[in-house]
Design a binder for this molecule. Structure first.
Ligand code: PMP
Length: 283
């Protein structure tokens, strides 16, 4: 494994960040998770653009242009000789003084890790997974906009722990108004009456790249897709439900808070979208 840090490549054992990096001290930084399919980096431009938007919102100056960033990602993938895998792209505020003020951080740190992907167990793609609603709410967008993919995932982590405690692998999170926002590391969709529905970013969801891709696939299949406010009732009474994410791709949800979704098995709309998505990534 060769890990990129600020233009140099290190073996895993030697890839270290200083303890004064504000990414470590305060979660001050941004990141992306990206897939490699058959040697090609999937939606690289979209991920890099989202990274720079996250950084802009945090007044975090990334010390390279987007094109250079794309090249650094591609070069790290090449050096790691990975045909299928996962890229973690991280930009931290960099090394500074102990106080939170980023003014002491002279230069952001860029890290690129290329690793194997850990998907949900294969059986869940066939049989679907059960999820619960977490009591931890999504951070409101007037506090920290969830579109910023920051290194600060604490409320998602708390919700993830709740999922585990309930014997599930994922939890759905509500926003402060009680509307569905997303899951701890995935976006959420329902299918109802032939259409697809998913919360909008302003409901507290990350503007997921898989989510966008699924909406495009839906359009190409003639399935109307809408961003809309959803409550738990909408999830419970949906025909189908699934989650989307770079790691998860499209994974069917068959039970929510103990209620069976539809017939309690992955539904035909989810299957069509999974097939369409599968064709796209293999193209
Ligand atoms: N929501 C959250 C909170 C996430 O961290 C992620 C990424 N794992 C997603 C949604 C899915 O986004 P994407 O499809 O861009 O991976």
């Amino acid at each position: 494994m060769k890990i990129y840090i600020d233009g140099e490549y290190y073996d895993k054992a030697d890839a270290r960040v200083p303890v004064f990096d504000h990414g470590l001290l305060y979660g001050d930084g941004v990141f992306e998770g990206i897939r490699i399919y058959r040697g090609k980096v999937f939606k690289l431009r979209e991920h890099v653009e989202r990274l720079y938007r996250s950084a802009k919102a945090l007044l975090l100056d990334i010390p390279m242009r987007t094109g250079e960033m794309e090249n650094a990602v591609l070069e790290t993938v090449k050096r790691n000789e990975k045909q299928d895998g996962y890229i973690r792209l991280i930009v931290t505020r960099g090394v500074g003084a102990l106080g939170i003020d980023p003014v002491s951080c002279e230069r952001a740190t860029v890290i690129i890790i290329v690793a194997d992907i850990q998907l949900y167990p294969e059986e869940y793609y066939r049989s679907g997974i059960s999820i619960v609603t977490a009591s931890s709410r999504r951070v409101p967008s007037d506090c920290l906009d969830p579109r910023i993919k920051s290194l600060n995932y604490l409320n998602n982590i708390l919700a993830k722990i709740e999922a585990r405690q309930a014997g599930c692998l994922e939890a759905v999170m509500l926003n402060r108004e009680g509307f569905v926002s997303e899951c701890t590391g995935d976006n959420i969709f329902i299918a109802k009456g032939g259409g697809l529905f998913t919360p909008a970013a302003y409901h507290g969801a990350l503007d997921g790249i898989t989510r966008q891709t699924v909406m495009q696939v839906a359009e190409s299949l003639g399935i109307p897709a809408h961003e809309t406010a959803l409550t738990r009732y909408d999830l419970y009474t949906a025909d189908e439900c699934f989650m989307t994410g770079t790691g998860a791709e499209i994974i069917p949800v068959i039970k929510i808070d103990g209620r069976k979704v539809g017939d309690g098995v992955p539904g035909p709309v989810t299957e069509r979208l999974r097939k369409g998505f599968g064709e796209l990534i293999m193209a």
